[in-house]
Design a protein around this ligand. Sequence first.
Ligand code: FAD
Length: 337
Amino acid sequence: MKYKTDVVIIGAGPVGLFAIFELGLLNLKCHLIDNLDKVGGQCAELYPEKPIFDIPSRVSITAQDLTDNLLKQANTFNPVFHLNQQTEIVEKTEDKNWKITTSVGNIIIAKCIVIAAGAGSFVPRKPSIENIDYYENKSVFYAIKDTSLMKGKKILIAGGGDSALDWTINLANIADVTLLHRRKEFRAAPDSVSKMLDLEKQNKIKFIVGQLSSIKGKNGKISMIEYKHENQVFTITTDYLLPFYGLKMELGPIANWGLNLNKNLIYVDTEKFETSISSIFAIGDINSYPGKLKLILSGFHEAALMAQQCFRYCNPDEKLVFRYTTTSKDLRKKLGI
Ligand SMILES: Cc1cc2nc3c(=O)[nH]c(=O)nc-3n(C[C@H](O)[C@H](O)[C@H](O)COP(=O)(O)OP(=O)(O)OC[C@H]3O[C@@H](n4cnc5c(N)ncnc54)[C@H](O)[C@@H]3O)c2cc1C
């Protein structure tokens, strides 16, 4: 699909979400791209239940509630979300716009790009098995989008954290599930561990101790999996392998766009939060400048200043007038008040 907008925001974490609001107040429309299947970045993915105590005016708010509120506030301006996809290619068009291509082939034309990519994309940790990429998305999956594919199949789930146990429990009713973990202790919530052990007792799932070592198969289809335990090699047949070894962060293709980088962070000025490439901005955890604090509130401030400069790029002939939401009739109308 091809789209056109004012600003593309890469990353729908708390800072990317607040940027929609700040840009919206200045009449700028946004599309957001995020690698995850949900908005909220670190807040939603890493610590949704934890209370945060340093969001101005909120004595305490859970990270998920903060995400939900930011989304509600942003939705006033009808942002378009492109989830489950990474920003792959960024090119300048002849008419000096940006052409952004995502990993699923969506193309968005925009006047400005705002990188709010936090510590980078969350990507799955993969088992160190040679040729595993040959089976990926055919018979090896790191996330499940459609459980109907698993119905009546033999499934091998590898891992000992929350995702591994949650999916073992969820799929037990519809598939022949085996859980493989390197030891008998688990990192998952105690309630999930006891549910899984109950299912094992009732012979509704199998649990084996061991570590994946190789995959055999043809044309991306697994015929057999080998795993090791106490220096011995065992085999198991399965239709699908679901390794759930957690997530890690990677900067991904952004690292190759020619931006001025400081390790995995992007240098910006502190007036506009613009990068070394004009009309590309970086806000939130991804940026670097003297005195930077990786706090959500710093990202909110950066979003407000970035939006002013985006306005100038998008409306070169218009004067930017500074207004308060409390007193500006025009802003209140935009907010539907
Ligand atoms: C356990 C924990 C507790 C914390 N507690 C606090 C606290 O009390 N107070 C506080 O202020 N801060 C706290 N933080 C830090 C805070 O969560 C971060 O400062 C904040 O999440 C940064 O927001 P962000 O939007 O910049 O980035 P993130 O939240 O990291 O979001 C970035 C998003 O960009 C996406 N992305 C990255 N690259 C790409 C790409 N190429 N294509 C598509 N999508 C991409 C990622 O998938 C992610 O969703 C805490 C962090 C942790 C881990």
